[in-house]
Design a binder for this molecule. Sequence first.
Ligand SMILES: Cc1cc2nc3c(=O)[nH]c(=O)nc-3n(C[C@H](O)[C@H](O)[C@H](O)COP(=O)(O)OP(=O)(O)OC[C@H]3O[C@@H](n4cnc5c(N)ncnc54)[C@H](O)[C@@H]3O)c2cc1C
Length: 381
Amino acid sequence: MQRDLFEEEHLLFRETVREFLTREVVPHHARWEKDGIVPREVWKKAGEVGMFGFAVPEEYGGAGITDFRYNAVIVEEIIAAGASGLGFSLHNDVMAPYLLGLTDDAQKARWLPGFVSGELITAIAMTEPGAGSDLQGVRTTAVREGDHYVVNGSKTFITNGINADLVVVVAKTDPDAGARGISLLVVERGMEGFTRGRNLEKIGMHAQDTAELFFDDVRVPAANLLGGQEGQGFYQLMANLPQERLSIAVAAVAAAETVLRTTIEYCRNRTAFGRSVGSFQNTRFVLAELDTEVDIARHYVDRCVRALNAGELGVVDAAKAKWWTTELQNRVIDRCLQLHGGYGYMLEYPVARAWIDSRVQTIYGGTTEIMKEIIGRSFGF
Ligand SMILES: Cc1cc2nc3c(=O)[nH]c(=O)nc-3n(C[C@H](O)[C@H](O)[C@H](O)COP(=O)(O)OP(=O)(O)OC[C@H]3O[C@@H](n4cnc5c(N)ncnc54)[C@H](O)[C@@H]3O)c2cc1C
């Protein structure tokens, strides 16, 4: 079915993004995969072409446009380019609502210009070695001492963890108060006692830095508390997670579509038993099933983007989008890999890289099981 999500201005922006990725990213990505990280200069170059923080008001260097379709364009183009090392969607889609919606004027002035220019790279640190799905189980503490908080604890699996300049840290300001005892604090590069651990070796997304972070008596100014009051962190996270999950769903559908298109071409050209692989009924049926599922997923996700723009995307709808599309992504890519035969197992083929890069999608941003919990709880049993 014809997609009707985008207007002329989004299509023009898509050209800009595609041109940027072709020039500045694709030729270098294999090297970054070996290095395990994307150089910071790439972030600045992306900032120069306007890829960060559209919703940031013009006085802080942004475009002042609140329209998630621009975010979706970037996500889709990064996927199409196979540039899985770029942690831009974490910065743009996940972090922007925290830095825009939960900051006072002084914080905005300190952080937003660098956020837009790509000079300040951001990360969010929720997960700990002992607490992932169960966010309320975090052990990192932030104890108020005068006009500072003293932060102690450790985080793991943090996207952009090595490159990040600003890290929104989920910490307990009142360990006995359950969900009401959690607060969000911005820890900045260079603060004494803030160190980074390993850049973790992953199955895929080899160019993306995913790291451990350690906080040892880090004195964080009280002026770095987000949202103006303690104890709101859990609710602030819950409010922003639908946008994060939608971003992941947009990526999932884009990845499934991209792999499906290349697989159809592959099956057209590859021959076995004197005929094209695509001429076997099994191949056509597999591709027909996948094409149908991806098409249907695409329209649900596009509808979610519109709902987000209208301020109407609910937690349950976002959870449905997240688990369904990411499971679909893995299924599509796995079956497409099978249709490539042995070549599908070779890393020089995009389907092989898509396979290893996609596996994490059902895990981060809330696992499939947690998404089903959210949906199931809505029945009120
Ligand atoms: C590459 C990568 C990047 C990441 N980036 C970030 C980041 O930037 N910031 C950040 O904070 N975190 C990040 N994460 C962490 C990610 O969000 C967590 O790994 C995820 O939420 C799961 O938590 P866990 O690993 O502790 O698994 P656990 O919570 O230990 O879960 C283990 C298993 O138990 C299941 N399970 C848990 N609870 C339930 C339940 N109630 N009902 C049924 N099943 C359940 C889970 O679904 C899972 O299958 C990242 C992870 C990866 C791999």
